[in-house]
Design a protein around this ligand. Structure first.
Ligand code: ADP
Ligand code: MG
Length: 679
């Protein structure tokens, strides 16, 4: 029963089934004190009567108890005859349960009852644990409180050595942590509130710390195991470009990250680096400069984008940047014509092509390189693990991998979800960027929004109108878009304005043609679904109108907004909403209006949705903490990370005497978490 309902198989599982609250058993309330705020209550009352009422499915048992201050109703729906047999009218009971209201009258459904023995009350405080349980277990008489009997029994039989310490004495002392056995005992049966808090702190720290040590070990062992190609030097390709063709000065963040990549690729182990940067922080140029270093060392590079449009755009901007250099760049996508494709495949094997930009097409078996040294993956969350793995099998010594995120994720999340990777952050935008003014507008006010868009177009700017993409129903989605298109058209008549459209179902050539129409400035307006979301770069566009914006997630809104504000002109994002908004939707839109900072938005997203749902993270066990939370326990996580790094720096093989406990623990836990490489 426990197995099936709660996945509790062993004593260890039972130990780790933590109570969600404790009840001070000595504290007894009066019936009169119960009000709408009361959650759980413990009273002592005399049982006046018990009776079964109703029949069939409506059958239930009702009892009335009374203390000096009033009367309270108790109700049971299951196990009626068994419970009835054991209740004796006229007896005083200690009654505990969750208060609910029925017709504004307080009652307790399925209360826990035991005959009241006066000496039990008073004297020492006894904090009794209440455990999470399920309806099914409750109906069998195993409620959250009777669980306590099980764990109590367990603890009475356990020796402290049954819960061996896994942290070093030094660490326990330094951080003033409870020892492990005490912490477990106190998490279930604390002597007092303070001891409980300390126990929880210790156990949360342990969870984070073990996870960080484990991730660190994976990272270090990969460094050791995966030999990587060595980029010994920075040579002419890089220097030429850097000194003569780079159209702007790098930001400090770009310089720092480039240095990190430079160091990492020179060491002889394979780089597996996640580059996090906000929309527009200039990740592409960092990738390009890294690719030039690869070329300087005789290696080829590829850059893989999630969509055809993006691959083309990368190709175009990279070709432009490299136009006066000797570097040979090609584009390989699903729609590359057969002849050109053969040419490219040949060139890659021959090593006459330095860089290839592409889509998933790059992963196919037939694509072989003479000398692949660096793989750049843009907007990483769109690719699966297997796809990335396929890419780095394309060379005998695995190429270095640089994964660039589309939108930032909070540091705490990155630390846990990607702790096994090398990790760089670009937390600075190129100078001169103006913040994008963001407002919400009710759909009833659409006409004034359209007037505003007209005034921007009159100034020579361009605008996007985005419609939500509802994946389950592509048809509705398409109709929405068509309706939107007609609507936009009704405000912007044909003879005055050009409108381009883009959606996922379009054939590639049409997509491309329409995108070109907009990027060349021929079309004033782009009406699109979220296919436009990632990476598209049209600096002259200054207005982003998002229809039904309440249907979008935060990171998506931020990503969409990032399509404007890319040029020197002041830009605007208008979030159109329906009239009925959930509180969470309101909060999302408020965040969007309040800040342009992608890292802040990501933090808020994490807060609102919890770690499981954040885009761009792996669904790995890395986030499954029992007690700790990466949202609420950030400081503890930072502490665990610092300590784990320090430990591994000093003793990555865990050979020191002081590290034997943790080594033993990790070995005993081996195989419990299946982290896999992401690239
Ligand atoms: P993202 O990080 O979103 O991929 P991009 O690499 O597309 O950003 O860069 C956004 C824009 O900023 C591009 O037009 C790029 O040329 C420009 N850019 C990048 N770095 C700098 C810089 N240091 N100074 C000025 N402009 C820059
Ligand atoms: Mg980009």
């Amino acid at each position: 029963m426990l197995k099936k309902e709660l996945q509790i198989f062993t004593f260890n599982d039972l130990l780790n089934h933590f109570p969600f609250r404790h009840i001070d058993k000595t504290s007894i309330s009066t019936i009169a004190s119960i009000n709408f705020q009361t959650e759980y209550v413990q009273i002592v009352g005399r049982l006046l009567f018990v009776e079964v009422v109703g029949s069939g499915r409506g059958k239930r048992m009702v009892a009335m108890v009374k203390d000096k201050t009033g009367e309270l109703e108790l109700t049971w729906f299951h196990g009626v005859s068994y419970i009835q047999k054991n209740l004796i009218e006229g007896t005083d009971y200690l009654i505990f349960g969750k208060v609910s209201f029925f017709n504004s009258k307080a009652q307790i459904v399925h209360p826990e009852m035991e005959v009241f023995v006066p000496q039990k009350a008073g004297g020492k405080i006894f904090l009794e644990p209440v455990y999470p349980t399920t309806e099914k277990l409750k109906s069998k008489g195993i409620n959250g409180r009777s669980f306590a009997k099980l764990t109590h029994q367990l603890f009475s039989q356990l020796q402290p050595t049954d819960i061996p310490e896994n942290l070093s004495v030094q660490l326990l002392q330094k951080l003033k942590l409870l020892d492990r056995a005490t912490a477990y005992r106190a998490a279930h049966f604390p002597k007092e509130e303070k001891e409980y808090e300390e126990a929880i702190r210790r156990l949360k720290f342990e969870e984070f710390f073990i996870a960080q040590v484990r991730l660190g070990l994976i990272r270090l062992q990969r460094h050791r195991a995966n030999k990587g190609v060595v980029f010994e030097k920075v040579g002419n390709y890089f220097n030429e470009f850097y000194n003569h063709h780079l159209p702007f000065a790098l930001t400090n963040a770009q310089k720092r990250v480039l240095k990190e990549i430079r160091m990492d690729t020179a060491k002889g182990h394979q780089m597996n680096r996640l580059l996090q940067g906000d929309v527009g922080s200039g990740k592409t140029i960092v990738a390009l400069l890294s690719m030039l270093i690869a070329a300087d060392n005789g290696f080829q590079s590829c850059i893989m984008a999630p969509t055809e449009i993006l691959a083309q755009q990368h190709f175009k901007s990279i070709t432009k940047l490299l136009q006066n250099t000797q570097i040979k760049v090609r584009l390989l996508t699903g729609s590359t014509k057969a002849k050109e494709r053969r040419e490219i495949l040949h060139g890659l094997v021959e090593d006459s092509i330095h860089f290839v930009v592409g889509t998933h097409a790059l992963i196919e078996e037939v694509v072989q390189f003479k000398n692949l040294g660096l793989v750049v993956v843009d907007e990483q969350h769109r690719f699966g693990v297997a796809q990335r793995a396929a890419l780095w099998k394309k060379a005998t010594i695995p190429p270095h991998v640089l994964v660039m995120t589309a939108t930032p994720i909070p540091r705490t999340l990155a630390m846990t979800a990607y702790g096994d990777l090398d990790y760089s952050v670009m937390d600075e935008l190129p100078p001169g960027r103006q913040s994008i003014t963001t407002v919400t507008r009710n759909e009833m006010k659409r006409a004034s929004v359209m007037d505003f868009v007209k005034s921007e177009i009159a100034k020579g700017r361009q605008a996007y109108f985005i419609y939500p993409l509802i994946e389950e129903s592509e048809k509705v989605n398409y109709e929405d878009l068509m309706q939107g298109y007609e609507q936009v058209k009704s405000f912007f008549p044909d003879h005055q304005y050009n409108i381009a459209m883009l959606h996922g179902k379009m054939p590639n050539e049409l997509k491309e043609a329409n995108m070109l129409k907009f990027s060349s400035g021929e079309a004033h307006i782009m009406v699109a679904t979220t296919v436009i979301e990632v990476g598209v770069d049209v600096p002259n566009a200054s207005v982003m109108v998002i229809e039904s914006s309440e249907k979008f997630g935060l990171s998506q809104l931020h990503q969409l907004r990032g399509r404007v504000g890319r040029g020197s002109e002041k830009s605007y994002c208008i979030l159109i909403t329906g009239s009925k908004l959930s509180n969470e939707a309101k909060e999302r839109l408020q965040v969007m209006c309040a800040t342009n900072d992608g890292f802040k938005i990501a933090e808020k997203d994490l807060e609102l949705r919890g770690p499981g749902d954040i885009e761009g993270t792996r669904q790995s066990g890395a986030l499954n903490f029992k007690l700790a939370s990466i949202v609420n326990d950030k400081i503890l996580l930072e502490l665990a990370k610092t300590e784990a790094d320090a430990l591994l720096n000093e003793d990555m093989d865990l050979n020191l005497e002081s590290n034997l406990p943790i080594k033993k623990f990790l070995l005993s836990e081996k195989g419990k978490t299946g982290w896999s490489k992401i690239s």
